[in-house]
Design a protein around this ligand. Structure first.
Ligand code: MRU
Length: 350
């Protein structure tokens, strides 16, 4: 792994204190917020101070550590009950990204498996597990980068949507990780970043982190993707995902489905990139994924919002059907169709 992008990490723990890089303020201001309670963690996830599927999982894990520190009960049952309440509370912050639920379930299992130990010892195990979740996500993202770099070549042009970079993960990103690995290996990669209405994760965050890393990035509005593809300027699309269903349908930031349709129309390969923890075999198909709906004011009065006195519909994610996905890049390799069969065969590796 490289240290090249060490300065971009959305969540840090120093001397036991937890800090989130406030992504609502980027790129104008680099502001770190101390998160000192499970309530503050919930609020930060909800308001997108921390965002991106894997980063939300890591953030929720830190929320559990903060909850654990203040549990008063000295008996196992009482401790476990309080932690279950905190897990349910954190789970209510954002519904679509499965990584959040995955991290909470992992910590609840750790607690259940430790029931023979004294509570102070279990609290230490929880802290260790949280740091392991964060560290493993860094390693996994680098591995996704190494796997995904195989589809890139010198001079290639990639279109991405939203931000699935270092800011959205423990480090390095998912969709952007192959680009970072390619850069480290001396390849020249050009990126088109959709601005990603309504909250501009593309123009604010993807453009920020790619340009900091010295990667050639061009921001386009979401409506320009067709023209850019039509001009032959895009060789491949790579996006992140919030949840992959068992049949390979996947949810990602609103607008991703449109990008996939455009890619199909222009004969451009369309890849999704994610850790195995984003694959949810318990959800049969995309139609079963719960899509978060956010405040309409994000559209009417948010960044660039101009509409007054009208309704707005604001689903935060959409579902791209598996037929439009060329491959899913994971740390264990690139998964190709038939997805139902090939995703299921990864079961043991998750
Ligand atoms: O609403 P956000 O900013 O959390 O949405 C983020 C995305 O849709 C990302 O593409 C996805 O979480 C993958 S992050 C590696």
């Amino acid at each position: 792994m490289t240290d090249l992008f060490n300065d971009i990490q959305p969540i840090v723990c120093r001397g036991g204190k937890v800090f989130f890089l406030d992504q609502t303020a980027l790129p104008v201001e680099t502001r770190w917020v101390e998160i000192d309670s499970v309530e503050a963690c919930w609020d930060a996830i909800k308001r997108l101070v921390v965002r991106g599927a894997p980063a939300i999982g890591v953030a929720a894990a830190f929320g559990m550590a903060l909850a654990s520190r203040v549990v008063q009960e000295s008996g196992f049952e009482g401790y476990q009950a309080r932690m279950k309440e905190s897990a349910e509370f954190l789970a209510s912050s954002r519904p679509t990204a499965v990584n959040l639920f995955w991290a909470l379930a992992r910590l609840e299992k750790k607690i259940a498996d430790s029931q023979d130990r004294p509570v102070p010892e279990i609290k230490e195990l929880v802290e260790e597990e949280v740091l392991a979740i964060q560290r493993e996500n860094e390693e996994v993202c680098w591995a996704i980068g190494v796997q995904g770099q195989a589809i890139l070549r010198d001079g290639i042009s990639v279109l991405t949507h939203c931000n699935a970079g270092a800011l959205a993960t423990g480090k390095y990103g998912t969709a952007l990780a192959p680009i970072y690995v390619a850069k480290e290996r001396g390849l020249c990669v050009r990126v088109f970043a959709d601005e990603t209405r309504p909250l501009l994760q593309g123009s604010r965050l993807t453009a920020y982190e790619l340009s900091r890393a010295g990667i050639d990035v061009t921001v386009i509005t979401d409506g320009m993707a067709a023209v850019v593809m039509g001009k032959g300027w895009v060789n491949v699309c790579i996006v992140g995902c919030d949840r992959v269903a068992a049949n390979g349908d996947m949810a990602n930031k609103i607008g991703t489905y449109g990008v996939a349709l455009l890619a199909k129309a222009h004969g451009i390969p369309f890849y999704a990139a994610c850790p195995l923890s984003t694959i949810d075999l318990a959800t049969p198909q995309g139609a079963d994924i719960f899509i978060e709906e956010r405040d309409p004011l994000e559209i009417t009065e948010g960044i660039g919002g101009r509409a007054t006195g009208v309704k707005a519909y604001n689903p935060a994610f959409d579902v791209t059907p598996n037929q439009l996905i060329t491959g899913i890049i994971t740390e264990a390799g690139i998964v190709y169709p038939p997805y139902a069969e090939n995703l299921n065969s990864l079961r043991g590796k998750r």
